[in-house]
Every structure is written in C-alpha cells, then in structure tokens.
Design a protein around this ligand. Structure first.
Ligand code: FAD
Length: 396
C-alpha cells in the first residue's frame, strides 16, 4: 500500500553546522526537506575584516572539505580566511614527540583551519540557495509522534508538520533523542576548553602544535592566516577558571610559556571563551523513522579536532543512504536507516576509542604509564607506516 502524503520527506531538527550540511546534502539527493531550529538561522554578526577573527575555529579534514565542496559550501569560504595545517607537532609530558607532515602523507594539508563564523555563513548561504529546503526558524518543536508511515512534529504554535524521517541534529543534549526514548546522557570530562586567538611574533609556517601537559591539560595551537594562531586549551576546571579570570596580557604570557615560546611573543586578539567538554556514546544512532547525526549522535573530546568532521561524515552517509529511497519508495524505511547506521558505526567507534583513550592515557600521573606513553610516542614517530595508518582516519 503506498504511504499517504506527507509535507516533507525529511525533517531536520537543528541547524548547527551538521544540520545545515545534512539539509543541503539531503535536498541535493532529491528529498523535500524541512529544517527546524529554535534560533534564527543567520550568517552571524562578525565582519570578515583583518581585525575580526572568530576564536571558535575548526580543523576541517581533507575528507570533510571534499564533502563540503561537493555541496557547494567550501567554495564560499573566502580563501584568505583558511589556513592549512602542513605539519602537526605533538609533545608528551615527558619527552615524547610525534610529528605528522602533510607532505609525507601525500596531502596538501593535514587539515584546514576555518572560523565558525565563516563556515556557518557559507553553509547558511548554500542552504538558502538550494531548492527543496523549507526553513522553519526560529521555531521550537513541542512534541513528536511516530506512526507506521510518518513522523509528525508539533510546533510551539500547535501547527504540525509530517515527514517520512526525522533527523536529529540538535546537539549533544538532543531534545529529539530524548523524545525517542534514548535516555543516555553525555558524560562530563570535568574539563572546559578555553579558546582564544593570538597574534604571534614569529610566522607559524603552517605548523600546528599540541602539548599534553603535566597538569592533565591539553593545549593546541592552530594556525590562522597571517601571523595569528587560535588556541584550544582543554583544562581541568580549576585551571580553566584561572585562565578565564586572567587579563589578556597575563593569558598571552601563560599561553606562550606553556608552548615553550615556540612562536615568540604572543598578543591576545580576542577574549577567552570556555566550552564544557563531554563524551557521548550511544548503542545506536537510528530508530524507527529516526536518524541521529552530529553531536546528537556522538560526543568526542576536541583534542583530535574531529567532532564536526564526524558530523559531516554522518550527513554524507545519510544523504547517500536516502538517495536510494526510490528503490523502496520510503525515505524512512528501516532498510535505508540500517545502511546509514552500518556505514557510520566503525568510523565513529574508532574516533571515540582513540580520543577517549588518549584522554585517559594522559589523565594518569602514574610514573610507569607516563614513561610508557612518552616512549610510545617516540616509537610511533620512528615508524612511518604506523604513523601513516594512525593519521588516515583523521584525514578522511
Ligand atoms: C573547543 C572545541 C573545539 C572544537 N574543535 C573542533 C575541530 O577543530 N574540528 C572538529 O571537527 N570539531 C571540533 N569540535 C566539535 C564541534 O564543535 C562539534 O562537533 C560541532 O559543532 C557539532 O555540531 P552540531 O551541528 O552537531 O551541533 P550544534 O552545533 O550543537 O547545533 C545544534 C543546533 O540545534 C539547535 N537546537 C537544539 N535544540 C533544539 C530544539 N529543541 N529545537 C530546535 N533546535 C534545537 C541549536 O539551536 C543548534 O543550532 C570542537 C568542539 C569544542 C568544544
């Protein structure tokens, strides 16, 4: 029996970076899409001037950049706002060191650093010019009802919209996930990531740095265009509170010191902002007429800069699975959803195991473990093929 008419084939709740990408990818696969967000969907208030640099940046993997290019998003990010990571130097807390080089891996860049403001603007503009997407924002869904052939979303004003599949892209504390009866909550790492941008005395020449420090914090310096860097300092709460309370001058001295003056004197060019860090692992990312994507589906520590990359991978895989809907006549069929879940299971599990494993490994001060982890870094650094193997998931 043919399914009764619905308003949309896919309803995407959440228009963060992943929800926007999912909506565009699904529409390009031919689906009629509704994109719902409780906030206004806008390109943002920052201006892209030499003095205005968003401290919220992402390391976008070559694989994600390629996906965004196929959507027509990457081309909209001004090239002068993108910086390539050509080498990444990682330091342990007792002499361990690994260097990854794009050149050695046969890539143009290990990742591309892009500001949130720029990426969001490019996604919003692409979404607005992609046929087949209705944007319902700001609007908050108040209830969901699943039935055999559809899913209905009641909005705050009591209006309802119906679709074949609901895509939860509403972040780590997903409302849709809770409505579907998935009650697992994110686990706090007891850490806050402090982000800020700095002007540097010396040129970074495409180098990124990461230090696993003695105090169980992880400090990353990421290259921005020109003599600028963006930092992500994942710090236990006491240190995070201390860093946020500092004047810009004191913070610049502290960050330069923690990075052993690798780029000379630093000057703070934004204020410092904090993001609480959580881990989320779910037993599954699908349900009847439901697919979870992005942080709604998984939470990872930002030390490998992979959260949004995993989310873009979800969006790509979901669009590719649902593109085959004409074969089964229903975009919400269990067959298609299972294909999506199967496709994402291994990459997500691998990334969660690596990032969470690293946090645990460097979160213990037991001397033997410290010796082993730093020795391990030196061994991996010396073994080219193993290093290449480790780098592959992050590149794709
Ligand atoms: C400090 C830090 C650095 C990071 N660096 C990197 C990096 O370098 N590379 C990388 O790949 N990842 C990085 N990440 C991870 C990345 O930020 C996240 O994975 C990504 O932003 C998640 O995007 P999302 O669209 O899934 O969720 P979100 O950005 O949380 O978006 C959720 C959207 O849903 C909407 N919403 C929520 N609830 C509702 C509701 N009930 N109804 C309607 N709408 C709703 C919200 O308004 C929002 O627009 C970093 C994270 C942190 C904290």
């Amino acid at each position: 029996m043919p399914a009764r008419e619905v308003d949309y084939e896919a309803i995407v709740v959440g228009a963060g970076l992943v929800g926007l990408a999912a909506a565009v990818a699904l529409a390009r696969a031919g689906l009629r899409v509704a994109l719902v967000d409780r906030s206004k969907i806008e390109v943002g208030t920052l201006s892209s001037t030499e003095d205005d640099w968003d401290a919220r940046v992402y390391a976008i993997s070559p694989g994600s950049a390629c996906f965004l290019r196929t959507l027509g998003v990457w081309q909209r990010v001004p090239s002068e706002r993108i910086a390539a990571i050509e080498t990444m130097e990682v330091f342990g807390d007792a002499g361990g060191e690994i260097t990854f080089s794009a050149y050695e891996l046969g890539e143009r860049a290990l990742a591309w650093i892009v500001e949130n403001h720029e990426l969001n603007a490019a996604l919003v503009e692409t979404m607005r010019t992609t046929p087949g997407i209705d944007c319902l924002a700001p609007d908050s869904p108040s209830a969901v009802a699943w039935s055999a052939d559809r899913v209905e979303l009641r909005m705050a004003d009591d209006r309802s919209i119906a679709g074949r599949i609901l895509v939860a892209a509403d972040g780590v504390n997903s409302w849709v996930r809770a409505q579907a009866g998935i009650t697992i909550s994110p686990r706090s790492y007891g850490q806050t990531a402090i982000v800020a941008n700095f002007a540097t005395e010396r040129a970074h020449r495409g180098r990124a740095f990461q230090w696993f420090l003695d105090d169980e914090s992880v400090l990353a310096w990421l290259p921005l265009p020109g003599r600028r860097i963006s930092i992500v300092w994942s710090a236990p709460e006491t240190l995070a509170t201390e860093l946020r309370a500092m004047t810009q001058e004191a913070l610049a001295l502290r960050v330069a010191g923690a990075g052993k003056g690798a780029l000379g004197r630093l000057t703070c060019i934004t204020s410092a902002t904090g993001f609480p860090l959580t881990f989320l692992r779910l037993p599954g990312v699908i349900g009847p007429r439901l697919a979870l994507v992005g942080d709604a589906a998984h939470g990872v520590h930002p030390l490998a800069g992979q959260g949004v990359n995993l989310g873009f991978g979800d969006a790509a895989a979901l669009a590719s699975a649902l593109a085959a809907r004409t074969l089964v006549g229903d975009a919400g069929s269990a067959f298609l959803l299972e294909r999506y879940a199967l496709h994402r299971a291994a990459p997500v599990l691998a990334m969660q195991a690596v990032t969470d494993g690293l946090v645990r490994l460097f979160g213990t001060s037991f001397p033997l473990v410290k010796l082993a982890r730093n020795g391990g870094m030196r061994v991996v650094d010396a073994l080219g093929p193993l290093k290449r193997l480790l780098a592959q998931p992050a590149l794709r």
